[in-house]
Write a protein of this length. Structure first.
Length: 357
């Protein structure tokens, strides 16, 4: 099997957590996991290093729930600053593209601070500068539902950006933060990609041409984002197959389709999962139905989420997930240069286009 450690591996959306730990949402069946409840323990770090991971964009701050979004987000940033401080020999907070290279050189895991819902901005555009100063580098405009910025992928109106949403995109451009259109509705994605002065990203998605589900992006969306110098990350999620039982082969096919639509310089990976695998899948099944039901009741689930489908690809998880994907891409006929781009160098190049030096 090919070695991931020979490549820069950048996960455009993932988690650093041991899902087997008692506090983890994976083990406890929680709807919302606070950063306080993450378990960044010895196994988490050892598995991340063993996988060859260079850096990962994590989700922090408000995504859903009853918390006050702005204050909760500030607290989560503090929590993650503490986690990185406590594990300074293993983790590096990423503020610049140069930090991605530095993480690789020093054998640390780069941690990119990102949001999966921009609602914490509230009605105060100056908060964008605050988040920038605190080290946030990726801002996803919406989660599945609509917010005051735009419509998510499950919002039936598909209205595009609001007037304030257009101001948010301009503000993110001014601060040189990534505008992430994962989870967005189609018109929100297309409008944001068109009006943004800088390239935008879809950090974790699939291709709707292969699996017609709202969480996946149409070829029009993919092509527009790529044509303007953006980035598209393919996830390891059930939405890659209409059955909900996605496999490693599905991940490969979605990557291949994205490369065909976007070009080999614009596509990467955003797994939307951890490196550390869940050890007891039978026990996990017992909590999964409750978790899916809670998401549906809260109105935040996406079409394709079901109690009998895992929110990950069973045969592409754990410490060998990146090596296995590399092997499958080689088997598909991809050469080493193209694979290196997909596994991390395309995200690095995108970061160099967006973030301040």
């Amino acid at each position: 099997m090919s070695g991931a450690t020979d490549m820069m591996i950048i996960n455009a959306l993932g988690t650093l957590d041991n899902p087997n730990a008692e506090l983890s949402s994976a083990s406890a069946g929680k709807l919302v996991q606070d950063s306080d409840e993450l378990t960044v323990d010895a196994r988490t770090l050892a598995d991340a290093r063993a996988s060859g991971l260079t850096a990962v964009n994590i989700t922090l701050g408000y995504t859903m729930g009853d918390m006050e979004p702005f204050q909760h987000t500030l607290h989560e940033i503090e929590v993650w600053d503490g986690i990185i401080r406590d594990h300074g020999a293993e983790l590096l907070k990423v503020r610049t593209a140069a930090d991605l290279r530095l993480a690789r050189e020093q054998g640390r895991i780069g941690v990119v601070y990102g949001f999966q819902n921009a609602v914490a901005i509230g009605d105060d555009l100056s908060r964008i500068a605050t988040f920038d100063r605190l080290g946030v580098r990726v801002v996803q405009l919406t989660y599945n539902q609509a917010n005051h910025i735009g419509d998510g992928s499950m919002a039936p109106e598909n209205r595009g950006l609001t007037a304030f949403g257009r101001e948010v995109v301009a503000g993110l451009n001014d601060s040189r933060l990534m505008v992430d259109l994962s989870h967005s509705g189609e018109d929100t994605c297309l409008e944001a990609a068109r009006i943004s002065e800088q390239p935008v990203s879809i950090n974790h998605t699939g291709c709707r041409a292969l699996a017609d589900l709202p969480r996946n992006k149409t070829d029009e969306e993919l092509r527009l984002v790529a044509s303007r110098g953006g980035f598209v990350g393919i996830y390891f999620m059930p939405f890659l197959n209409i059955s909900g039982h996605a496999s490693a082969a599905d991940v490969v096919e979605h990557i291949v389709h994205a490369v065909n639509v976007c070009g080999e310089d614009q596509v990467g990976i955003g797994t939307d999962g951890p490196v550390t695998a869940i050890d007891d899948l039978d026990a996990y099944r017992a909590t999964l139905a409750e978790h899916v039901a809670l998401r549906q009741q809260a109105g935040v689930s996406a079409a394709g989420e079901r109690s009998d489908t895992f929110p990950f690809v069973v045969d592409l998880r754990g410490v060998d997930q990146f090596r296995e994907l590399i092997r499958l891409l080689e088997q598909r006929g991809y050469g080493s240069e193209r694979i290196e781009k997909i596994m991390g160098r395309n995200f690095l190049s995108y970061a160099e286009r967006i973030w301040r030096p």
